[in-house]
Write a protein that binds this ligand. Sequence first.
Ligand SMILES: Cc1cc2nc3c(=O)[nH]c(=O)nc-3n(C[C@H](O)[C@H](O)[C@H](O)COP(=O)(O)O)c2cc1C
Length: 215
Amino acid sequence: MTTLLHLDASARRAAISRELSAAFADVWRAENPDGAYLYRDLAAEPVPFIDEAWTELCDAVLALPATDLDRLAELVRTPAQAAAWAIVEPLLGEVLAADVILIGTPMYNYSIPAVLKAWLDQVTFPRMSLGHRRFVVTTARGGAYSPGAPKAAYDYQERYLRDFFAGHFAVQDSVFVNAELANSRMDPNLAHLRTAHDESYAAALQAVRDLAKEY
Ligand SMILES: Cc1cc2nc3c(=O)[nH]c(=O)nc-3n(C[C@H](O)[C@H](O)[C@H](O)COP(=O)(O)O)c2cc1C
C-alpha cells in the first residue's frame, strides 16, 4: 500500500502553501483510493524542540558503526531519553511509513518556519537514508526568487530543503512548486505585481494537480 504523509507549516489558516499542498493531496487521494493518508499540521500542533536527552540519543547513534532506524528504541537508557524517544517515535514512524512526503510551507525570513525546522530536527538522525521516498514541497513567498529575479540568491527555503533532503536523507527526488509575489495581495506598493502573482499561483495550482497524478 502506498502512503502519503502530508505536513503543513504555515501559521496562516488561509495559506497559499496550504491550498497548494491540499490540491496535491486531493488529487493524490482520488488517484490512490487504496493509499494511506497521514496528515500533520505543524503550525496548529507544533512538535517540541529537541532537548538534551534527544542529543544523547543522537550521540548514541553516532557511536554505532551504522544507523538502524528500526532499532533506535534500544538506545534509550534514561527516563529523560525515554521521554525524548516518545516524541520522536510517532514522528519518525510516519516518515518511515511514507512513500511520498508532501510539505506545504511558507517562506519566513528567506527560509522555513521554525515549526518545520523543529520537525526536521526531531526526525533526523546521523547517517539515515530515506532513499526511495519522494518529497513534494509547495511553497508561497511574498517576493520573487526564481532564477533571474534580483533576490534569487536569497532563497534559503527551497535551496535549504533541497540540499537537506539530498545531504541528510539521501533523497534526490524532491520537487518544489512555488507561488511567488504573494505580498502583492496585501501591499498596495506591490499592486503592479498582482497579475504576475495570480499567474504564478495559477501555474503552481495546475502544477501540483498534474504532479499528483504521477505519484
Ligand atoms: C514571519 C514572516 C516572514 C516572512 N518573510 C518573508 C521573506 O523573507 N521573503 C518573502 O518573500 N516573503 C516573506 N513573507 C511573506 C510570506 O512568504 C507570504 O505571506 C506567503 O504567502 C506565506 O505563505 P502562506 O500563504 O502559505 O502562509 C513572510 C511572512 C511572514 C508572516
